[in-house]
Unconditional design. Sequence first.
Lengths: 155, 778
Amino acid sequence: MPQISITVNGEARSAECAETTLLSHFLREHLGLTGTHIGCDTSQCGACVVHVDGHTVKSCTMLALQAEGADVTTIEGLADGDTLHPMQDAFRRHHGLQCGFCTPGMVMTAVAIVRDNPDIDETGVREALEGNICRCTGYQGIVEAILDVAKTMRA
Amino acid sequence: MNIPRIGDSQLRQEDFRFLTGRGTYIDDINLDGQVFAVVVRSPEAHAIIKTINTADALAVDGVLLVVTGKDWRDAGYGHIPSKSAVNKKRDGSPMNEPPRHALAIDRVRFVGEPVALVVAESLEAAQEAADLIDLDLETLPAVFEQRQARADGAPQIWDDIPGNLCLDFELGDKEGTDAAFAEADHVISLGVFNNRVTPAPIETRGVIADYDATSETFTLHNSTQNVHGNRDTMAQAVLGIPSEKLHHIAPDVGGGFGAKNSTYPEPLLMLHATRALGRPVKWINDRSGSQLGDTHGRDQYSTVELALKADGTFLALRTTTVGNIGAYCWTIGPFTPTGGSARTQGGPYRLPAMYYSAEAVFTNTQPTDPYRGAGRPEGSYMMERLVERAARQLGMDPLELRRKNLLTAEELPRKSPMGLDVDCGNFPIVFEQTLAMSDRPGFAARVAESAARGRKRGFAIAPYLECTGGGPKEHAGVTFSDDGRVRLAVGSQSTGMGHETALAQILAAQLGIAIENIDYVQGDTGATPIGGGHGGSRGMELGGNAVLQCAGEVIEKATALAAHLLQADADGIAFEDGLFRATATNRTLSMADVIAASLDPDRLPDDMSPGALDTASVFERGIISIPNGCHAAEVEVDPDTGVIDVVGFWVVDDFGTIINPMLADGQVMGGAVQGLGQALMEQIVYDADSGQLVTGSLMDYALPRADNVPHMELAYYEGAPTKKNPLGVKGAGEAGCCGAPPAIVNAVLDALNDLGVEDLEMPLTSEKVWRAIQDAKS
């Protein structure tokens, strides 16, 4: 079995896994980072979104092998100690989560949305969230959280 | 220190762990020595199991156990009973309840029915072995649609159940209703299909079972909505052990909506396997297993008829419905199309006479069980589609027809002809407020603006009335620790709704203590002696009132202690805003002071011992509550493509007292979007010939995404808190599913009215809408 070495949340991590292991499973089962969730078999739900070398990636669409040497950020790497990342804080203030299962992928996608386009409007946010499914909230709190953070970034 | 009040939008306690990836969902739990299970499901809709050859599967390296239906039968387990509250036929005889086991014994009856269990050292080995289970099946004729299942000569799903009829049912005054119809000036009739959907929580179900041979005790970690009820069913009815030998724990649960309510086969299989192997057994469903093996919802064909006077006054409502409950009664499957839909028939309207008759019918499909609303959304959809149809056919304004027939506040309380105790509310005010929010005066200009872009714009409003349900008792227990922490254990359960905040908020508000100091515990049969779990919008009604009652008892004890500490009589102590005050001396003590004293033997009177304030309380509901409200939708339809855009959505709800408006908003919007999904895109499809599940993944089954959903505007009518419970709450969880489907479908029909489209069946996919437009042209 190959040895995979990646940087996760700023820390060098290494583990053996089968060649067929997806990045999502590698993070969860080999590195113990269970914040990245798996909600479907077909790369539809987006609960597993992480950042790989700055790109937003559904980690179920990528082999762990393909991430060799990459810099990966997961939901566990977003907060600064006990201080929530501004996007996490905005999700809380706008009630952008209920059961919390889609939330890690949703937040990672949201962080990238405003980073890539701080001028985004509501229609743009809704379209940019197309790859992430939430069954609880009806999305409005999520959309408001993202717009709030974008507004703060523009200020 | 944050001491919230009831009515504050207190931010959530649980968010910190969910937002940082530190939630503990079922798949995040791993036990030492655990092994992995895969459930093998039937590939056919209806077939005789001739043989199951397990030799190749058992030969796979690492495979530890294979269980088939024959093994299950030989183990002598009891069948999994239905708990349907409606369980008798019209003639009083028991409903036809076929035996349900964790594995199909000698015949499979739907695609996805579990036929075998494979357990191995690794998930990969279990999956490989599952593929090698060799099923020899003899295909039988099958039927998937309930009206076809009732037809003469239809395939028989159960040999001893003629006509595939589980039960027939009636409610209301048949003669009075028939008489009203005979005298009516107008009779409007409509066929309505409430499409089959799946709850689809984003976290699939999963289980880890662990058996301790020494104590003969099971520990079952399970992504379930109801630990106590399912524990009792599994232990007593199936395993034949006392309930206390099964410790049932739900960790953080990633959504439920009804799909995690019932007693499923898989937890039972894992209990069997862990006892057989002496090792923890883990099973996590995948999404295709979830589409196949989670209970579905809705699926009712109804004919609804309205009798009216010439001036539009409603005289009577008559409903005939046929519900598809799948191949088994499951947990409460027969209830939904019968009592579940019947009791709120007629909604918030003045209907002097009503009659409802129904059949619950077996088919070769996954059984249906409660899905968010469990009958009330079906009833609301029937009524609002019918009212809109009546207005169109009689040439009346749909708003005026509703205004004319809405019950007024002065007519309440009232027992509906369905026996529902509608105690309070103000339906006309809620209706008018919704209309005001939706800017009717600007509508004509918006229609013209849409038309200029080649689009058709439509509007509809849907008043609804529903009711709560679920277990009628709830436990709340409070224990105080000398580190300042307060433990609140409640038997109701959040699967995302935020009880960790809302229930803690009630306790904090009553006692005047910081919410941050409350540790909330739920979903554990070891933590509360009873518990009704989640379902029927009962969280605040049962859980909330249990906490309120428990807090009241704590205050009573604390008042006695404060009197001792302040050297006053108990009736000389006033308690307000977390402060005990001796009225004679104006000396005060905070609740925190009194709690600290209650844990200090030196400060207690002789008749109290440390922990004196610890309190456990059981609240019992007298009568179910009546949430009501109004949804309105504005839509734009592209007649060239059939694509629908919901451009405006307004809601006014009467949930009685609102504990936490932010959380209530979340319930309304989440429910409304599930309703939007059912109206526009969600549909479970079985192939009409083979019974294969066509919508077996989220590639095929369309869930609403952010760009399908409009910005919603919400408000609450808080002028009529119910007196049925001390908090005055009416339940908020399922209302969204009641209002959205009729509002959206009627708005689309309004948009397409002048194109001649009179009827559309949910879901309103663009193809279906486009075809309806083409058909109307020709």
